[in-house]
Write a protein that binds this ligand. Structure first.
Ligand code: MN
Length: 404
């Protein structure tokens, strides 16, 4: 018998993302939206089960009203059961909403910490093992040892009810849900639930639904799936939290049939994206030409939703005279929304050569080049680059009005 699951993890709902500055509220909302989108997609795809493999909530930062909103989304009418294990950012404790208010929600189960629980879904011939983090660190492996579980619950179409099933009476399709770090080899050493690949191989599981690593694992080609062994997958975060999680994101749709993996596919999930691009300029371009060029580049990436994303644009090539970067940013914000520019332009002149001159200009260039060699922050580097170009323009006798 077959089952279709949606597997996601690391949503970090409630994260404040302070480093995003003025883009933060839009991206806080995007976290919630991406989860709502996944719930709706799960209904459309008629999945049998929705799995969340930890770090669902950013527990230290989520505000009460936001938590209520998440509760409302979870409590909304849906046909499929939703299973959650807690990770290091939302570990399970008696005071956690996972233990206090979430148990009221129908068709929702949060696995407790400290003991492995098996949930049976007789209609899909599937058992799902899981256990939550009980604290920030979890140095003992939480990989379920199939057949040793003390607690078994059966899903009756609405609720999860205690059962006196034997530990080794698991159903045909075997899935486990945990948050943790996948390790090569056999040694379970790590701070965040170490999961050695050797143990996974011997686990008798068909699918291991993982969370913790925000970069998605590579999807196996349909004809490359080893259907006899355990497939362990990280779906990655469904909505990026910073430029470290750029580009499109996805959840996984996994189909199992009689203990064999039928397919694993990606379900796009990001409500807003972080996008990094390089824009090649030349010194003859006017401000309007630069703006038009960048807007066109961004539209090419996502014609419909390009205004929703956040862009980091690296300006490359030869700098137009007296280019005013802050003014350029303002122009781009009007047209494409959240933008930051990294000024990596080089001046039209050969600065190394100028730096050898025994003139005031040579001294100026040498000083800036020295500072550029030791500067650390990106912003300071941009400022120095621009100072170099403006200084050279001034030495040429250009008028520098409209600059700062
Ligand atoms: Mn984590």
């Amino acid at each position: 018998m077959s089952i279709k699951i949606l597997h996601t993890a690391d949503l970090h709902l409630g994260s404040r993302m302070r480093s995003l500055g003025q883009a933060a509220p839009d991206f806080q909302e995007a976290l919630i939206q991406s989860f709502d989108n996944l719930l709706q997609a799960a209904a459309e795809l008629e999945v049998d089960l929705f799995l969340i493999a930890g770090d669902f909530l950013e527990m230290a930062e989520i505000e009460d009203r936001e938590l209520n909103r998440v509760y409302d989304l979870l409590a909304r009418e849906r046909s499929f059961p939703l299973l959650i294990v807690a990770g290091n950012h939302d570990y399970y404790s008696p005071a956690s909403p996972y233990a206090t208010v979430f148990p009221e929600i129908p068709r929702l189960y949060v696995y407790p910490a400290e003991e492995i629980v098996r949930l049976d879904f007789p209609d899909q011939d599937t058992s799902v093992w899981g256990v939550s983090f009980s604290s920030l660190y979890q140095e003992m492996t939480l990989l379920p040892d199939v057949g040793t579980e003390k607690r078994v619950l059966i899903y009756d179409g609405f609720d999860f009810v205690e059962s006196d099933q034997e530990p080794d009476s698991g159903l045909t399709n075997k899935i486990a849900l945990v948050h943790g770090e996948l390790l090569a080899g056999a040694r379970p050493e790590g701070m965040y639930n170490p999961l050695p690949s050797q143990m996974i191989k011997n686990s008798r599981l068909d699918y291991l639904a993982l969370g913790h690593i925000h970069k998605a694992g590579e999807l196996p080609e349909d004809d490359r799936i080893d259907r006899r062994s355990t497939l362990a997958m990280y779906p990655g975060s469904p909505q990026g939290l910073s430029f470290n999680e750029s580009g499109s994101r996805h959840a996984l749709i996994v189909e199992l049939d009689n203990s064999e993996l039928k397919s694993v596919s990606a379900l796009p999930s990001a409500s807003r994206m972080f996008i990094e691009i390089r824009s090649q300029l030349d010194s003859s371009q006017s401000d309007q030409e630069i703006i038009d060029q960048i807007v066109a580049e961004v539209q090419d990436l996502d014609r419909e939703n390009y205004k929703r994303h956040s862009y980091k644009i690296r300006l490359r090539g030869e700098a137009p005279t007296a280019l005013n970067v802050p003014r350029l940013i303002a122009g781009l914000r009007e047209q494409i929304g959240h933008v930051s520019l990294l000024d990596e332009l080089h001046p039209a002149e050969d600065v190394e050569e100028l730096g050898e001159e025994q003139t005031l200009r040579g001294l100026f260039v040498r000083k800036i080049l020295q500072d550029l060699a030791t500067v650390e922050g990106e912003e300071d580097r941009d400022d120095l680059q621009q100072a170099l170009r403006l200084g050279l323009a001034a030495f040429r006798g250009d008028t520098l009005h409209d600059v700062y």
